[in-house]
Design a protein around this ligand. Sequence first.
Ligand code: TYD
Ligand code: MG
Length: 457
Amino acid sequence: MAKAKKKLVFFCKECGFESPKWLGQCPGCHEWDSFAEAPAAGNVTESIKGRLPGSVHRTPAKLNEVQAGEEERINTGIEELDRVLGGGIVAGSLILVGGDPGIGKSTLLLQMCRLLSGQGHKILYISGEESPKQIKMRAERLGSFSSNLYVLCETDLGVVSETIADTKPGIAIIDSIQTMYSEDAGQAPGSAGQVREATSVFMRLAKSLPVSIFIVGHVTKEGVVAGPKTLEHMVDTVLYFEGDGGASYRFLRGVKNRFGPTDEIGVFEMCADGLKEVLNPSEYMLQGKPENEPGSVVTCSMEGTRPILAEVQALVCQTNFNMPRRATDYNRVNLLMAVIEKRLGVRMGDYDAYINVAGGMRISEPALDLGIVAAILSSYRNQAFDSKTVCFGEVGLTGEIRAVNLAEQRVMEAAKLGFKRCIMPKANSQKLNIKESALNGMQLAGFGSIYELLEVI
Ligand code: TYD
Ligand code: MG
């Protein structure tokens, strides 16, 4: 019998968008001339297919009879990682760890392997990038390893998946997905077609054995994992490891999680002997904060279940151009500056503005608004904002300060770190349910509008 011809599709090399025909511009990411032809995802290599244990659930189950229960989870021994995973590794799950090259993905996973193998789990670490010697050199910085950790340096997808099926480890690491190569996918290593093929093979392996598989994915210059859309859809969990190039802080962020929340972050510091967990990120984020300098304001953001204090810095100075510069990662800054201009009558159009959160953390919470407005005003007036005051709150278009969620936690965090005053939305302060003793002597101030800020700067 003739071998069935493999179905070919076109997909975008940048974002993985799939289409039955060639397109000049990708509807997904709007990149031009990025479509390439490749076999459809899910075409598992014949030799591998024969070895995969068959699926058992052939008859549909009645949902009301399905036993839910908690998934079985393995604690990694790294609290910050467990938190982002939603309480540990779920058996048979496929987890993508993305990030810039050199950010510390291999280091984090090797550290996890060290702890897990020490607990008696059988671990297989597959590297397509480094030799066993190089892995050993890195490992020596992290401490001693138990005999339960196996390494394999291989890039051939067939060999890798067969080794996983034969070795039957509890957890396998693929470092990195871009180095895996299968002839069936018919493209260069690292291309979106190859990455998709490899990911679909690992997904099947993970579910059928079962084995939990971590795949490392390097991020391209656009800040996305090669073929990210399809990759993100295919895996159970997506974690991104990010940080400021120069700084030693690293943030592990959950972007997708079929087994837990996605808003948690893990905070680490890169040290000479591997990544250290940062269990009190607020203290860490405020290290080196200038005292009583204009443009520096401490605010409180919620990252999942954790409040984190962070310093917002603004530099506002007269512009030399017709178009004032707005240099910031925060989309809301333009809007907030318009509100300041209109409501407070401050001529923002004549000024350049640079806004930053010190420490390289990306925050996208509206509760940051008040801190940004205060920092802008403080820099504009060249008047310091009291460095023992924290402020948080969402700013509306009429300059009103709107309530935010979880105000208690934010207030408590500020009190714990010894702040003397907390400026917050009036609506929050009226309903606050905190014992006087927990405030540590911190004063609370409920503000209704940004006019009131003018009095404290
Ligand atoms: P690595 O884990 O190789 O990054 P990735 O796998 O994401 O590409 O991290 C490499 C960087 O981390 C490298 O610049 C060296 C540094 N590093 C330390 O500072 N301390 C350590 O203990 C280790 C192992 C690496
Ligand atoms: Mg690496």
